[in-house]
Every structure is written in C-alpha cells, then in structure tokens.
Design a protein around this ligand. Sequence first.
Ligand SMILES: NC(=O)c1ccc[n+]([C@@H]2O[C@H](COP(=O)([O-])OP(=O)(O)OC[C@H]3O[C@@H](n4cnc5c(N)ncnc54)[C@H](O)[C@@H]3O)[C@@H](O)[C@H]2O)c1
Length: 249
Amino acid sequence: MNFENKVVVVTGGSQGIGKAICKGFAGKGAKVSILDIKEEETQKVVDEIKKDGGTAKFYKTNVMDSSSVKETFGKILKEFEYIDILVNNAGIVNTKPYEDVTESEYDLVMGVNLKSVFNTTKIVFPLMKKRRSGKIVNIASVAGKRGGGILGNTIYAASKAGVIGLTKGLAREGGPYGINVNAVCPGPTETPMLKEFKGERRNNFLNTIPLRKFGKPEGVANMVMFLASDLAEFITGEISDVDEGIMMD
Ligand SMILES: NC(=O)c1ccc[n+]([C@@H]2O[C@H](COP(=O)([O-])OP(=O)(O)OC[C@H]3O[C@@H](n4cnc5c(N)ncnc54)[C@H](O)[C@@H]3O)[C@@H](O)[C@H]2O)c1
C-alpha cells in the first residue's frame, strides 16, 4: 500500500485507534490532517509523525459541532483543494444501563459517533463526487451489529448502527461517482476507551473470544488502510469486522 502525497483527513487522532491510523497513513507517504478536541495529545502525535519523516497537521475541532467542522475543512481545503481519503474515527462510549442514560448523554454519544460523520461527509462527499474519486472509511463497532453487550451500551450500539446505515447509503450514492465508502467494526481493542472494561467481566469475556485476545489499534488501522487503498477498488458498502473472531457465526 502506497499513499504517497494522498490528502488524508482523520477524526479523533490523539490516541488509540485514530493515532494508529494517522501514523499508518503518514508512514506510507500521506499528508494527514488530524481533527481532535485534545490539543496537547494530538500535537504530540503530529510531532511523532514529523520525527519519523511524515507529514501531519493538527486542527482543533469538535466533530459533533458542524460550525467547528466547517471552519476546519475551510482551512484544510485552502491548503490542499481536495481530499482523497476521509476516516471518521472519533468516538465515545457509554456503558450505563438504558434507564440511567440521560438525554444529554444520548445527545453526546449520537453527536460524537454519528452526527460527526454527517458533519464531515456533508463537506467531503460533494467534493469527491465532483472529482469522481474518493475513499471514505467509517469506524463503527461490532456493538452496532449485536446491540452492544460487550463494553458499549444500547445507545452506543444505536449510534454505531447509524454509522453502518450511513456507510451503506453513501456507498450506494457514491458508487456511480467512483467513491468507495466502507466501515470497519472493531471488537474490543486495547485503547484508552477499553480501560472501562475491567475485572472479572473482562477476563470472562476474553475466554469467549476465538483468538483469546483483544485487538490492537494497528490491526484496525491495517484494515482501514486496505479499504482506503487501490487494492480495495472493488469493495464498497462493506462492513468489515476486525474483531478476533467475535462475530463469527
Ligand atoms: N477500543 C475499542 O474497543 C473499540 C471497539 C469498537 C469500536 N471502537 C471505535 O473506534 C473509534 C476509536 O476508539 P478508541 O478506542 O481509539 O477511542 P479513544 O477514546 O481512545 O479515542 C477517541 C478519540 O476521539 C476523540 N474525540 C472524542 N470526542 C471528540 C469530539 N467531540 N471531537 C473530536 N474528537 C473527539 C478523542 O479525543 C480521542 O482522540 C471510536 O469510534 C470507537 O467507538 C473502539
């Protein structure tokens, strides 16, 4: 896979899976714009990428806020004019029982996990259509397929099911214009997000995973890069599990 000079935008790149995605693309020659709310942490990722000879820039952005996203893309498009690859990765988890979830928590989960994808694609999709080329990869979750039940709760599952629906719809609309839109569903992956999954519950669950291990951010990043590469020219509307075998049936 070679992303030499490709213009790549990744949301949520300060840590975890997003960080691995940014480093993966930058390591293969891409120019990576990283959108995140965490200033210091994301700047550190940019510095690491630059130290390794790559190209990256941080844009402080709240992806659930359409005006913040618009402002950032205005800046990115001044520098690059177009975007080759968009990765919607930013996300948050909620683990409460359904009856304890507040309206503001619901809005937050839906905002960061689902509306964010609407906000970025509202800008990027028409540009890709005009250029008749582009790749979009959304990070969903196995929770979106199975209604949660591992770490994320019901509203988390609903937000990720929404991401899967958006992915398939955009794949249908984008196909005739040379745009590939796919999603990746990670299983439990060793990132700061997974820290909430602990104790006996974690160990019991581990024993049910066919590969008997949790995923690594780089494993998800590899699938993202594959789907964004020329190798995946004939793949669109695909919801790919990187889940150590959890969803196997
Ligand atoms: N870790 C897992 O087990 C797992 C499993 C399935 C799916 N996922 C999904 O993978 C993606 C990455 O997860 P992770 O484990 O690396 O999570 P993480 O919590 O480690 O990182 C999430 C990133 O999103 C950023 N972010 C959060 N809210 C934001 C906002 N409003 N605007 C901009 N950026 C924001 C954070 O600052 C952080 O950089 C998420 O969409 C998550 O739902 C993770």
